[in-house]
Design a protein around this ligand. Sequence first.
Ligand code: UTP
Length: 305
Amino acid sequence: MHVKKAVIPAAGLGTRFLPATKAQPKEMLPLLDTPIIQYVIQEAIDAGIEDILIITGRGKRAIEDHFDRSIELETLLHKANKLDLLEMVRNVSNLADIHFIRQKEPLGLGHAISCAQKHVGDEPFAVLLGDEIFASSPPCIKQLIEESERLDGGQASVIGCMEVSREEIGRYGAIKGDRLGPQLYRIEDMVEKPRPEVAPSCLAIIGRYVLHPSIFDLLQVVKPGAGGEIQLTDALRELAKKRPVYSLRPHGTRHDVGELPGYLEATVSLALERPDLAGQFRDFLRTKLAIAENAPHRATQKLRP
Ligand code: UTP
């Protein structure tokens, strides 16, 4: 069965990015000149997704405004004959068939996904977390969709994963699986944010999934887990007891842009790939690095208020 719908949970509070996220959604922070969530949406579109549901919450209106038309801005750009910018602005509001639903309280990722039940209906669907971006070809979610369509008569649930160090695994959901191929596992069990010494593996769940719709019934009954939140991982664990759940280690580079180190890495990587920025920016970085090596105290002078 062809995966046509994607859900993008974006209702979290973004506390790892305070104070920037006090009054604006982290999904709207720019990477270069484009908000994070637009990269995520572009990945879904490039994977052939036709319908996108964004789960928003309090203080997330800017996401809806960004993908809506802005008649005043369009009129102004038209009058000023700035036709390139006009086209760019119009393209954003025509990207895809985008819908919104509000999660009334941030009760956890699992709860956010359960808000999509009515919209998704009875078909496998993709989930892309609104605070992770991927540089890969084919797009990360497409790699998962292809596996999902190949396995179990096109109905398989496939979760993205990546290898991390034992110290890091406690920050993720960890999977225990049977290796079926170089990148593919069949999941036996999984646990959210395990203590590193008892983690079943160093395979960490990442923010890309293709899910069978039976996950919705399980999300209704799962109890609050790690951090008192309704965890998707706990429902997936139950799903794996009823039908095969797979995990794929996709090709490409993942950036967790929901916190500062990943955000900085993504910004630098994207700038170095942009023809209009790369040359000057590379020179700037070289100079900065040279200064840092020769006079470390100068390079670490504080800029923060
Ligand atoms: P995170 O826990 O990484 O993000 O949730 P957060 O809660 O926004 O941020 P921190 O941890 O406080 O910095 C992973 C994804 O799930 C969404 C988030 O928006 C993010 O995309 N989420 C999380 C929801 O939509 N609703 C929730 O109740 C919790």
